[in-house]
Ligand binder design. Structure first.
Ligand SMILES: *[C@@H]1O[C@H](CO)[C@@H](O)[C@H](O)[C@H]1NC(C)=O
Ligand SMILES: *[C@@H]1O[C@H](CO)[C@@H](O)[C@H](O)[C@H]1NC(C)=O
Ligand SMILES: *[C@@H]1O[C@H](CO)[C@@H](O)[C@H](O)[C@H]1NC(C)=O
Ligand SMILES: *[C@@H]1O[C@H](CO)[C@@H](O)[C@H](O)[C@H]1NC(C)=O
Ligand SMILES: *[C@@H]1O[C@H](CO)[C@@H](O)[C@H](O)[C@H]1NC(C)=O
Length: 506
């Protein structure tokens, strides 16, 4: 209110001073002519006029200020509304799993890395963009948007290899202690074990170098192991190079043991020798199902002069696992890049049939629930089935029974005139024969033959049907026929079909 009064006061003063100025100009122009009672009257009129004008002005101002106040109140209400909306939005956002940070993260990746998806391996990154330079990259071996967070790894884009960094890459001296494994160092990788496992599943080769420099600090002494490393499954390992393809329980060797170049030829590691000289064992662990090294243990370093120094390389994976042949599991499908859960046909792992499985790719390889077996898939490249009859007499002993009436012959594998069925595909077939003896006193005897060998028969001495049911495996080109051994028939029916085709030769 004070401000408004001041404003009005200032305005009034301005108006009044303008009037005074105008009057003085008038006075100068008209001179003495307008001096006296007339002049006073005129001034009075002007004053009255001004008072009226000011009143009007004040009223106008009053209404204008009122309108402004209304407008301000309206604006204030609007601002409050906006605030409420904003707060609401923020509340809802912090409730949902997608935080604003994730959105920014995604946007950043979209703009900086060209691709929205993190590659699964460095090789995959290089394949999609061969111009990429070696360096640190985010990759996501277990797949984008599921499993563990992406991992930050070194990509050698020259060779397309992925290296997982850890906290023990420097040369580290083992402290002095006596008991087996008394020195223990956990290796911390900048990636979860699961991501590392997925990386190795996708890679053809994974390896990790390790060097141990030693002085009077044996890995193994008097058959007692003092040093070992722990694999990713938590098992202790005693070999310091190569892979674990030696079935011996506690397989112990170093590279010099594999090469036969150890200082002491009777031992399999340089560091096992108690020669008072500084020695080294340098090796590369190549068993990708065991890597990475998760812990290092050393012992027998109690002597003040003894030295053990370990240098563990990064886990380096390269290449792409290749399937030899057709995929035979959901894991195989995952390896070659399938990520959509659903029903899939795979090569049966224990049969030569096609099997149907449900792959739940939200589960990770190694998880039992990744694959659910549905059943065998009934695949026939071409349907094969026939039914043939004979109603006229046949009694040529030793001959193949020909047929006369073809009810069905899909696939044209059966030739009526010769009575020979020729298997068009490898697979399992079913046959059934039924013949009735023409003479009740003469028995009927038939052999079912596969490539002229008897595989089943029937014999009916009195007035009963001679029946042969048969189910068996046939190879493409195999011949099946009925050979009369005894008696005669004028009423026979022969039927057969391909039950399941063998898709994969064994
Ligand atoms: C470890 O990985 C995270 C991302 O997963 C990254 O931000 C961090 O810089 C990495 N640390 C090292 C030492 O590489
Ligand atoms: C990439 O790997 C190759 C072979 O191991 C090596 O010779 C090369 O120096 C590496 N390059 C970079 C940039 O790491
Ligand atoms: C063990 O692996 C090495 C390669 O590291 C290979 O030369 C050797 O033949 C393998 N031995 C057996 C028994 O598989
Ligand atoms: C396994 O290793 C032992 C030594 O630890 C060695 O004597 C044996 O010959 C090795 N066997 C094979 C098949 O490599
Ligand atoms: C059929 O099976 C045989 C072995 O019984 C095999 O040698 C042959 O390759 C298979 N043929 C086809 C077409 O699969």
């Amino acid at each position: 209110m004070a401000k408004r009064n001041l404003l009005i006061f200032v305005l009034l003063n301005m108006i009044l001073s303008t009037v005074v100025y105008a009057v003085s100009i008038d006075a100068k122009a008209n001179g003495a002519l307008l001096f006296g009672g007339d002049r006073v009257q005129e001034l009075h009129e002007i004053q009255e006029d001004l008072k009226m004008k000011f009143k009007n002005f004040e009223m106008t101002m009053e209404s204008e200020v009122g309108k402004l106040k209304e407008k301000i109140a309206l604006l204030e209400a609007k601002v409050q509304d906006q605030d409420n909306l904003l707060q609401n939005y923020k509340d809802r956002q912090s409730d949902s799993t997608v935080s604003s940070i994730d959105v920014e993260d995604v946007l950043e990746r979209m703009s900086l890395k060209k691709t929205i998806l993190d590659p699964k391996t460095c090789l995959e990154a290089r394949t999609s963009d061969p111009s990429l330079e070696s360096g640190m990259y985010l990759i996501d071996p277990d797949g984008q948007g599921r499993g563990d967070d992406p991992i930050y790894v070194y990509c050698n884009m020259t060779v397309g290899s992925t290296s997982v960094l850890h906290d023990s890459e420097d040369s580290i001296e083992v402290s002095h202690c006596f008991d087996p494994g008394c020195y223990s160092r956990q290796i911390k990788y900048n990636a979860t074990l699961r991501q590392i496992t997925m990386l190795s599943e996708l890679s053809n080769v994974c390896q990790q170098s390790i060097q141990v420099d030693c002085y009077d600090a044996a890995f193994e002494f008097n058959r007692i192991p003092y040093a070992w490393w722990t694999d990713r499954n938590g098992e202790s390992r005693y070999f310091w190079s190569g892979n674990n393809n030696n079935s011996s329980g506690r397989y112990h060797t170093c590279q010099c043991g594999l090469d036969g170049t150890c200082k002491d030829k009777s031992l399999s590691c340089n560091c096992d020798s108690d020669l008072a000289i500084e020695l080294s064992d340098v090796g590369t662990l190549t068993d990708k199902d065991l890597l990475p090294v998760t812990k290092l243990n050393f012992g027998r370093t109690i002597a003040p002069t003894s030295i053990n120094r370990h240098t563990l390389g990064r886990l380096e994976c390269s290449g792409k696992v290749v399937l030899n042949g057709m995929p035979s599991s959901c894991q195989d499908l995952w390896r070659i890049g399938y990520t959509l859960s659903g029903l899939y046909s795979i090569k049966g792992s224990t049969s030569n049939k096609v099997e149907t499985v449900y792959c739940d790719f939200s589960k990770l390889p190694g998880d039992q629930e990744l694959e659910t077996w549905i059943g065998y898939t009934d695949i026939k490249s071409a349907p094969v089935y026939f039914t043939a009859k004979r109603t006229s007499s046949f009694g040529t002993v030793g001959a193949v029974l020909p047929f006369e009436i073809e009810t069905l012959n899909v696939g044209n594998a059966f030739i009526m005139s010769t009575g020979v069925f020729t298997a068009p595909h490898n697979g399992t077939y079913f046959f059934a024969f039924s013949g009735f003896p023409e003479n009740s006193y003469s028995p009927l005897y038939f052999n079912l033959q596969l490539n002229d060998e008897n595989i089943a028969n029937c014999y009916s001495p009195i007035s009963t049907n001679c029946n042969i049911p048969f189910t068996g495996k046939l190879s493409s080109g195999d011949r099946v026929q009925l050979s009369l051994q005894q008696g005669s028939t004028a009423n026979a029916v022969f039927t057969g079909w391909l039950v399941a085709e063998d898709i994969f030769p064994f």
